[in-house]
Design a protein around this ligand. Structure first.
Ligand code: C2E
Ligand code: CA
Ligand code: CA
Ligand code: CA
Length: 279
């Protein structure tokens, strides 16, 4: 802990203000959170815009902190990424999501694919495909029930390596999606070489489709781009029926957002799930 503290001080030489101290406290807590079993996953549905059917669920991590309460991933994922703690945390997330999916499948609950977010450091590990394989074997989950999401910026940063890694995962039979699409700088030449099945339009565009002509134009372009590459396209952050209708009319395949549901605990999720639909 002392060593970690030292690194952190070096990192924050610009002045140990309240935020930096807070960050240090958080890092120490974060190190212990896995042992203390303080992480949980919440699940958010992805809905087919034409049929209303449930197509999948995205697993989103939360930290149940004894004093701070439920901590949002936006507050600890960047720190976890920086310290490398994201590797064991991400592994826990993947295992837990696969375990939950297997339970739902065995109970006859077809929630579609379970989507798991990968952080760059986790995805870039040389033996990452092997780790996924081991987790699938351990949880006895068939790969077709799993989907992995990497962000556009992560995918494009070392695009050559990305292709290698995605090819291995694709050959194992799982689905692959590019997250937060539209926020990074995509090379279309690379995008075409990625063996992926899905693009997720970032919610900053979806949010403003009715107020901002640029965002509407970008959203339309992404839908067209996805379809020209035979990819499914999902709009994130859909909050109103008006937005859903706009997306449906322009051929967007799926939607995810507060209009349908906030991310929920497995119990909450099950209480809204009836006969293949989410209500
Ligand atoms: P993301 O992957 O883009 O996940 C979607 C985020 O948008 C979630 O925030 C979700 O709660 C939020 N969201 C969904 N629908 C709406 C909506 O209609 N309106 C608004 N305003 N927001 C909506 P959350 O759960 O706080 O996660 C934030 C980010 O943290 C995620 O963004 C992802 O980048 C990261 N994250 C979450 N779980 C994991 C994880 O297990 N591993 C990794 N590496 N990152 C994760
Ligand atoms: Ca995501
Ligand atoms: Ca996203
Ligand atoms: Ca905007």
């Amino acid at each position: 802990a002392k060593e970690a503290g030292k690194n952190n001080c070096q990192f924050y030489t610009k002045g140990m203000n309240a935020t930096a101290v807070n960050y240090l406290l958080l890092e120490n807590d974060l190190r212990r959170a896995l042992e203390l079993n303080q992480f949980t996953l919440h699940y958010q549905p992805q809905i087919d815009l034409k049929t209303g059917e449930l197509m999948g669920v995205e697993a989103l991590v939360r930290w149940q902190h004894p004093e701070r309460g439920l901590v949002s991933p936006a507050h600890f994922i960047p720190l976890a990424e920086e310290t490398g703690l994201i590797v064991p945390i991400g592994e826990w997330v993947l295992r837990e999501a696969c375990r939950q999916q297997k339970i739902w499948l065995d109970a006859g609950k077809k929630v579609g694919k379970i989507a798991v977010n990968l952080s760059p450091r986790q995805f870039r590990q040389k033996n990452f495909p092997g780790k996924v394989e081991a987790i699938l074997r351990e949880t006895q989950l068939a790969p077709e029930y799993l989907e992995l999401e990497i962000t556009e910026s992560c995918a494009m940063e070392h695009a050559g390596e990305t292709i290698n890694q995605l090819n291995q995962l694709n050959q194992m039979g799982m689905y692959l999606a590019i997250d937060d699409f539209g926020t990074g700088y995509s090379s279309l030449a690379y995008l075409q070489r990625f063996p992926i099945q899905k693009l997720k339009i970032d919610r900053s565009f979806v949010n403003d489709i009715h107020d901002d002509m640029n965002d509407a134009a970008i959203t339309k372009t992404i839908i067209g781009l996805a379809h020209s590459m035979q990819l499914r396209v999902v709009a994130e952050g859909v909050e109103t029926e008006h937005q859903a209708e706009w997306l449906r009319q322009r051929g967007c395949d799926q939607a995810q957002g507060f209009l349908y549901a906030k991310p929920m605990s497995p119990k909450q999720f099950e209480s809204h799930f009836h006969g293949g639909r989410f209500c």
